[in-house]
Structures are given as C-alpha cells and as structure tokens.
Ligand binder design. Structure first.
Ligand SMILES: [Zn+2]
Length: 312
C-alpha cells in the first residue's frame, strides 16, 4: 500500500473497541473506484485531490463486540490533509443562519438535564466539551452558568473559543480535572483508538460523573450495503454514518454500549421527570408531539446512538 512512497492509510491490527484480532469482512471496494471517487469529490468540493490508487475502503465487523469499522484508517499525513485542507476551517460562517430555534432549545434541554442530574448550583458543576467544534454546546453551558472547559485540536477553533471566553485544556492536562459531565458530540466515530480515548475521559470524570456519547447510527447504512454490495447505491444520508476516511468506527446502539462496557461504563437511564422538566416549547402543538416522544426514542428504545453513560 504505497502512494508517492508515503503511506496514506494504515491497517488496523485489532478491533478499536474491544481489541479482538478477529474480524469478519463486510464490504470492500477500491478507494479509487468511480462511486467512492465521486463521493469524495462532492463531499470535499474537489479538494480531495490525492491519488488513492492501490488503497481500499474495507468494512469489517468484530465478532466479539459487534462493532463495524474501517480496516484501513488515515495515517497522520492524511489526517492533517483531511482536517486542515479538505474541511475548511471557515465553515463557521456557513453555520450562520443554519440553526433554528429548535436547535437551540434542544441544546438548552441537554444543559438543563445536566443541572437537574447533579442537583447542585450550576456554577459548581464542571463540564468538558470534548472536540467542541464551534463551541455550540459549550456556549449554551456557559450561558447557564456552568464551569465549562473545552478541548479541540483545530487551532482556528481554539482561537475562536478563546475569543468567547471558553477555558481550554489539552489531552496531557485532562486527567488533572474531575468533571461532573463530559460532552462528546460526533467525536467517537472519527477516533482511530476510541477505547483508549474513553479510558482517558473516564479518568477525567468524577465517581458520579456522566459522559454523553452521541455518534451517527450506522445500522441502516450497513444493512443496505450488505444487501446491495454496492457503495454507489447509498444516498448521501446513508453514506454519512460510514463515510470513507472520516467515520472509521460505524456504531450501532449495541456496539456503542459494548465500547462503554469495555471501560466499565453503563448506560444511564434518566428519569422521565428530569427529561421532561428540561424541555421547553410545549405550547406549540407540533413541538409538543416531538417533546413528548423524544425521551422515549432517545432513552427507552435501544436503537439510537445518543447515550448518557455512568460508571458500571
Ligand atoms: Zn470488538
């Protein structure tokens, strides 16, 4: 697997969740195939110009913990190419005007849930927004008076966070803190070694702490890919949870819970009282229906991949 004499991808030696060395092949297609090439062109507006001849998009499933993952993951060189060049940092302007009131309501519900969960004054609750992006969750937590720290690799996003007064930390300093709550939104699907990251985050959590892991649910996409054996049959929404090169871990509820279990965490089943107490907007009919349904589909039916975890 050589390309310009520098490796772009490397083969994983074990399951990134449970470290089993066994794997069952699920799907395989050259990264330079027409279907994947045109996906990369569209997804990154023509910036994904590297030559992927000789490299493979390969999905395998771990027979031990059921996680489906990409067998070949980007090396450091390709990671910086993807996250510094293909995905422009100026994307924050594109978000302007994109979010409606429901988006902010939903963010605020999550923060209110955290405050209810610990039952202490907001300013004595310390939270970490891990991989905070443009700090949307962190800003809402700050507005409610929580003690908020953020961690993010991108320099430009760090600078933005500092400009709005968000405290920053890094992975070396992380475990010096013991947070009440850690937020990870669309993080774990990107991580080459998610098990190791979750160990680190658990060590940064108080004994009664809670960690939120929210990742794309890949069940539907994997089912369709298994049936059609054709990447180009997937719609953009179906590609997203298994996106080549980016979403290297393709979680379902079962494999997400197995990952947490492997580090001694278990799902928290929040009380409906707390969940309903944290929601607003009940006087609008359309909204009320959704508000009534959300705690059920989010925390009762074991299908979705937004889970609050506590120590087992
Ligand atoms: Zn596994």
């Amino acid at each position: 697997m050589k390309n310009d004499n520098i490796d772009l991808l490397q083969k994983r030696k074990h399951c990134p969740s449970c470290h089993s060395t066994r794997s069952v092949p699920l799907y395989s297609e050259p990264l330079s195939s027409h279907g994947i090439k045109s996906y990369l062109e569209q997804q990154y507006n023509g910036r994904a110009s590297l030559n992927f001849d000789g490299y493979t998009f390969e999905l395998v499933q771990c027979p031990n913990c059921s996680l489906t993952y990409q067998m070949y993951v980007p090396t450091g060189r390709l990671l910086s190419e993807i996250y510094d060049v293909w995905i422009p940092n100026s994307a924050r302007e594109e978000l302007q005007g994109f979010h409606d009131i429901d988006y902010y309501r939903y963010q605020s519900e999550q923060i209110q849930f955290v405050i209810h969960q610990f039952g202490v004054p907001p300013d004595s609750i310390s939270v970490l927004d891990f991989g905070f992006g443009w700090a949307e969750w962190a800003k809402m937590a700050m507005a409610y008076g929580l003690d908020v720290t953020g961690l993010e690799l991108s320099q430009e996003r760090q600078e933005y966070a500092q400009s709005i007064g968000l405290k920053l930390t890094n992975t070396q300093e992380l475990t010096r803190n013991k947070f009440h709550f850690i937020n990870t939104e669309q993080v774990f699907e990107h991580i080459v070694e998610p098990h190791d990251l979750l160990v680190l985050l658990k060590d940064s959590l108080r004994t009664d702490g809670v960690i939120k892991i929210s990742v794309p649910n890949s069940s539907g996409s994997l089912r369709k890919l298994k049936n059609t054996q054709d990447f180009s049959s997937l719609s953009p929404n179906e590609i997203m949870p298994i996106a080549p090169l980016e979403h290297v871990n393709c979680f379902t509820y079962t494999s997400l819970v197995a990952l947490a279990d492997s580090v001694g965490l278990k799902p928290l089943h929040p009380s409906f009282c707390k969940l309903y107490n944290s929601s607003s907007g009940w006087l609008e009919i359309k909204n009320a229906v959704r508000l009534a349904a959300r705690p059920f589909y989010r925390h009762v039916f074991p299908k979705n991949t937004f889970v609050y975890f506590i120590r087992a």
